[in-house]
Ligand binder design. Structure first.
Ligand SMILES: Cc1ncc(COP(=O)(O)O)c(C=O)c1O
Length: 381
C-alpha cells in the first residue's frame, strides 16, 4: 500500500494505493479463486488468516482499503451486492428495535425492508425526505436504533442533510447509515458529516462498467455493531466472487474521471432540457429550481451527480414514446456505467410505485454530451 502520506483521493483511487503484489511484484492485484486453504502436517494453516473462502478473500484487500481511504474510514467490507450489504446492516439490529427510512428510496430495498421488518419484529417508520422536519418527527428517542437515509434519493433526487440527520439520530441514541451509491465518495463523504455507516451498491458507479453486481459497507468505527456486520457476511456467505473483486478495484481506478465527466454532462443536459417545449420539468439537484439545490451545493463537492429524471409533457405513453425513439441512450435499468441509460421507472417498479408515470430516469455516462442531447432532441420531435 502507498508509502506516501497525504495523497489526494484522486491519486489514491488512480493508483489503488500503489498496490504491488507481494508474491510477484505485479502492478495489478492477483485474483484468488481458492475456496479453501491448506494446512501443514501439524494441522496448522499455512497462512493463519485464511481457512475457508466464505470468511474473506485476500483479493478483497485492495478494493476495501481504497474505498475506506476514499470515505475517510478505518474499514470497508465488500458484499455480493448492494442489497446484501444493506441487509447485513438491518439484520444487525435486534428484534424490538426500531428503524426509520425515507418513503422514497431505492425501491427494491424499501420493499424488502417493509416485509423484513414485519417478519423480524423490527419497527419501521417511513419519512418524507422532501420535508426537512419529517425525520426529527419520525425518530423515537431511546427506541430508534437505526436511521437510514439515501442522498440523493433514487429516483426523486431529494437531497438529505447528512449532518442534520446524524445529529437527530445520535440524540435519539441511533446510528446513521447513508446509502451513498448515487453521490459516491467523489462528491460526498458521509462520515465527514457524522454518518456511522456508509453503504454502496458497488454495482453502480464504484465499478462503473455494468459488468458486476457488488456492494460495500464502510464504517466510521470498528465497534460491536461493525463486528456483527462482519460476522453476518461470513455466516450468511454474502461474499463477492474473486473476479468481481478484481473488476471492482480496477473500475475504482477511474472513478474520479468518470464521475467528473458524468456530472459535467448531466448538468449540461439538464440545463438544455429545462424549459424545453416537450418537458414539464427536469428533476436534477444541479438546477437552481430543485428544492435540494442549496443543500447539494454545500454537501456535494464538485458536482451534482450523473442521475436525473425528466418529466415529459403528456403522460406515460408520451414518456414511453421518447424511450422508444432513443438511439444513443440505451434502454435499460440500473445506472452508474460509462454508457448512458434511459428507463421508464414506473414500468420497472410496477403497481404501487410512487414514481409518476410521466417520469423518465436518465443515467448519464461518459459519452460526448452533444450526442446525448441530440439523441433526446430527436426523440422529442
Ligand atoms: C441507491 C441504491 N442502493 C442500493 C441498490 C441495490 O444494489 P444492488 O443492485 O447492487 O443489490 C440500488 C440498486 O439499484 C440502488 O439504486
Amino acid at each position: 500500500m502507498s508509502k506516501v502520506k497525504g495523497l489526494s483521493p484522486e491519486t489514491i483511487s488512480a493508483q489503488a494505493l500503489n498496490h504491488i503484489d507481494a508474491a510477484t511484484g505485479g502492478l495489478s492485484p492477483a485474483i484468488y479463486p481458492s475456496s479453501t486453504y491448506v494446512r501443514d502436517e501439524n494441522y496448522q494453516l499455512i497462512n493463519s488468516r485464511h481457512s475457508y473462502g466464505r470468511a474473506e478473500n485476500p483479493g478483497y484487500a485492495v478494493a476495501e482499503k481504497v474505498l475506506a481511504e476514499l470515505e475517510g474510514a478505518p474499514a470497508a467490507l465488500l458484499f455480493s451486492s448492494g442489497t446484501a450489504a444493506a441487509m447485513a446492516i438491518v439484520q444487525s439490529l435486534r428484534p424490538g428495535d426500531q428503524m426509520v427510512a425515507p418513503k422514497i428510496m431505492y425501491w427494491g430495498l424499501r420493499n424488502w425492508l417493509v416485509k423484513f421488518c414485519d417478519n423480524w419484529g423490527l419497527g419501521l417508520d417511513l419519512f418524507d425526505a422532501a420535508d426537512p422536519d419529517a425525520l426529527v418527527n419520525t425518530v423515537k428517542k431511546g427506541k430508534t436504533k437505526l436511521v437510514w437515509i439515501e442522498t440523493p434519493c433514487n429516483p426523486s433526487w431529494d437531497v438529505i442533510d447528512i449532518a442534520a440527520a446524524a445529529d437527530i439520530a445520535h440524540r435519539a441514541g441511533a446510528r446513521l447509515a447513508v446509502d451513498s451509491t448515487v453521490a459516491t465518495p467523489v462528491l460526498t463523504q458521509p462520515i465527514k458529516y457524522g454518518a456511522d455507516i456508509v453503504v454502496h451498491s458497488a454495482t453502480k458507479y464504484l465499478n462503473g462498467h455494468c459488468d458486476i453486481i457488488a456492494g460495500a459497507v464502510v464504517t466510521a468505527k470498528e465497534d460491536e455493531f461493525w463486528e456483527r456486520v462482519c460476522e453476518l457476511r461470513t455466516d450468511g456467505g454474502a461474499i463477492l466472487g474473486s473476479f468481481e473483486a478484481f473488476l471492482l478495484q480496477r473500475g475504482m481506478r477511474t472513478l474520479f474521471l468518470r464521475i467528473r465527466k458524468a456530472c459535467e454532462s448531466a448538468l449540461a443536459l439538464a440545463k438544455h432540457f429545462d424549459g424545453h417545449a416537450g418537458v414539464e420539468a427536469v428533476i436534477y439537484p444541479g438546477l437552481p429550481n430543485h428544492p435540494g439545490h442549496e443543500l447539494a451545493k454545500r454537501q456535494m463537492d464538485g458536482g451534482f451527480g450523473g442521475m436525473m429524471c425528466i418529466q415529459v409533457k403528456g403522460g406515460a405513453d408520451d414518456a414511453l414514446n421518447i424511450v422508444k425513439r432513443c438511439k444513443v441512450f440505451t434502454r435499460a435499468t440500473s445506472f452508474g456505467g460509462v454508457e448512458s441509460l434511459i428507463e421508464h421507472r414506473y414500468s420497472i417498479e410496477g403497481e404501487g410505485s410512487p414514481v409518476p408515470r410521466d417520469w423518465l430516469r436518465l443515467s448519464i455516462g461518459i459519452e460526448f454530451v452533444d450526442d446525448l442531447i441530440a439523441d433526446l432532441e430527436q426523440a422529442f420531435e
